[in-house]
Design a protein around this ligand. Structure first.
Ligand code: SAM
Length: 174
């Protein structure tokens, strides 16, 4: 099974601690295996470790100062680099990406991304051509990539599990 990782580049003080956490939560919940993040709060690793402990799975967080190096490593290992940007090709290209059956690094920005990222990426993909957010773009991309199956994924060694309920919270301890 090929691996999917997320690389979050750029960082704006104040706005971005919470958004970075949300990018990581979306990556985990929508089927990615790990996230590399630039300039993030130190305790993101701790937060995600606590979350894995409760809700299961082994989602990994790595802090990095050098996003170019992560892209280089990924390309050397023959993985695909997919940059999400409103200027890219229509999201329908996800079918071609999936068929390649390779590891995928999904890159999202925080603010205007460096121009050279467009050339480094194997694919520049737009989730619609209107500006929105790295959180929404990532969720939609991963959901299309995994064809919605990621939402039914069982997280290994979870201590808690939600039983779907029409009328309130139903959580069981495992
Ligand atoms: N004008 C910016 C741009 O270059 O896309 C929007 C920055 S937005 C606040 C932060 C990130 O959200 C972008 O770097 C991109 O990864 C993602 N994003 C926003 N809108 C998107 C869209 N329509 N399609 C794909 N990604 C999008």
């Amino acid at each position: 099974m090929s691996r999917v990782a997320v690389l979050r580049i750029g960082y704006r003080l104040v706005r971005d601690d919470r958004i970075t956490t949300h990018v990581a939560l979306v990556a985990r919940a929508f089927g990615a295996d790990s996230i590399y993040t630039v300039g993030s709060e130190e305790n993101l690793i701790e937060k995600i470790r606590a979350l894995n402990n409760r809700w299961g799975g082994d989602f990994q967080v790595e802090l990095t100062d050098d996003w170019r190096d992560i892209i280089k490593q990924w390309k050397t290992a023959a993985g695909l680099v997919v940059h999400l940007t409103m200027y890219g090709m229509d999201i329908g290209a996800v079918e071609e990406i999936r068929l390649k059956n390779k590891d995928v690094l999904v890159v999202v920005g925080a603010e205007k991304v460096p121009r050279r990222l467009y050339g480094l990426a194997d694919y520049n993909i737009a989730v619609g051509h209107q500006p929105h957010s790295e959180v929404s773009a990532l969720a939609v991309f991963l959901d299309r990539y995994f064809k919605g199956k990621e939402l039914g994924k069982e997280f290994q060694d979870a201590k808690m599990k939600i039983l779907p309920s029409a009328g309130g919270k139903n959580v069981i301890q495992l």
